[in-house]
Design a protein around this ligand. Sequence first.
Ligand code: NG1
Ligand code: ZN
Length: 531
Amino acid sequence: MAQFQEVLRQSSLHPKPAGLVLQYGTAGFRTNAKHLDHIMFRMGLLATLRSKKTKATIGVMVTASHNPEEDNGVKLVDPMGEMVTQAWEGYATLLANAEQQDVLTSLKEIIEKEAVNMSQEANVFLGRDTRCSSARLSQAVLDGVSALGGHSKDYGLVTTPQLHYMVCCQNTGDKYGEATVEGYYNKLSQAYIQLIKHAPNCTDDQKHLCVDGANGIGALKVREMEAHLKSGLQISLVNDGSQGKLNDQCGADFVKVQQKPPSGMKMNPGERCCSFDGDADRIVYYYTDSEGQFHLLDGDKIATLISTFLKELLTQAGLNLNIAVVQTAYANGSSTRYLEDTMKVIVRCTKTGVKHLHHAAQEFDIGVYFEANGHGTVLFSKSAEEKIQQLSKDPNTDDERKTAALLLQNTINVINQTVGDAISDMLLIEAILATKGLTVQQWDAIYSDLPNRQLKVKVSDRRVIDTTDAERRAVRPAGLQETIDSLVKKYRQARSFVRPSGTEDVVRVYAEAETQESADALAHEVSLAVY
Ligand code: NG1
Ligand code: ZN
């Protein structure tokens, strides 16, 4: 077929370095940008096949999120804006690692296994972050799509969640919104403006937020969003990309892991600040108190704030919908206890990686999911959305219930349900704080985090560690879990676990305990047991 001749011809322009092996992991492919040209071309091919197979538009995002500027990466986005399925992750790895002369064989193997109809049309949406390698690598994706005769739309510079949103809008016939960047800003900003109409006497001071853009795409996009908010939020932007390097001493990952403010951020006591990561799908908040002490409000605090707000609205609306919070093993023990014992919401724990949380959250009327590192969103089932809408329109509903239903509706519209989204989460959090009249300190005081420590351990083969119970217990190597159990018993309110990272060649150790000294000591002792 002429199509395959074209694949061969184009593929030779995007050659694979012999012997290079990469895996499609929880974050797609991610490594130094030098090694990615052939991967991008081949992901263009694979996205085209996936589009033919699903008869829908597929997304390809070129980004390496919070990694350093020199790295890059690529992720595929499935029709409803979710991560690509496991089988196709396997095909991605297969195709990426085929030596140059075997590309066509691997491609045909996938076509056959999935019975892809090659005469079906294909459509691929593409987006990229601000890395200097991203434009060139995007072109390689486009070459892959055109080699198989697919259509493509290049959105250029967008955040990862914006691309997920576009794909979902396109495949739902614009029911979710309009598949343009302008459509995204309009939907979210209008919902935000409606929400803050319910804020009691909100002063300009309360509308002020410091945002660390991680010198990345989020900085560009939050400025564009701000222009749509009609002064509903006043943003001081630092690390806007005009001087510093992407993710260097800044961004959500830096702030979460280092537990300190990003460079460039001047913080007055009590002032609300937040950091995005390099592709704006994560957000964490923080402030310093009058003694100059730094306080972090991570994904767990965000999930608690959002679920409290939603639960109150459901009660006011008189709606009987179940609400769950989905976390991972990294969630602070205090947050889990607060959610279960005080808030009385269902709590689920899944393996690390947003696709696991996303799937678990889909099982409830309302599923709030957040990784401790600040990646998360809220999912509403179709029937929950319908019930909320019916109530808001019902002429027999009393005023209080109607107001609650309208607030719920605007909450749904401010949220990007396809994936964690720093800009959307920021607007939701700001709206909640404003309507509840809460300061960042009051939000922080809902519960106190247990002191904790995360460490990385380099081992010769991290795959010798195997875990169960949502990664909270090690089943291999023999004896490791027993050792961890005996170490944990030495400390009060302690918990610890180890797991192989899905994105780095390390084993991660997590420990929490009553005091920082205990958490540090426990993490250290457990890391010695891993060797
Ligand atoms: P790994 O490297 O598997 O721990 C990290 C994050 C995940 C997730 C992925 C994808 C931690 C402890 N782990 O995974 O939560 O965000 O990267 O980016 O933060
Ligand atoms: Zn990210």
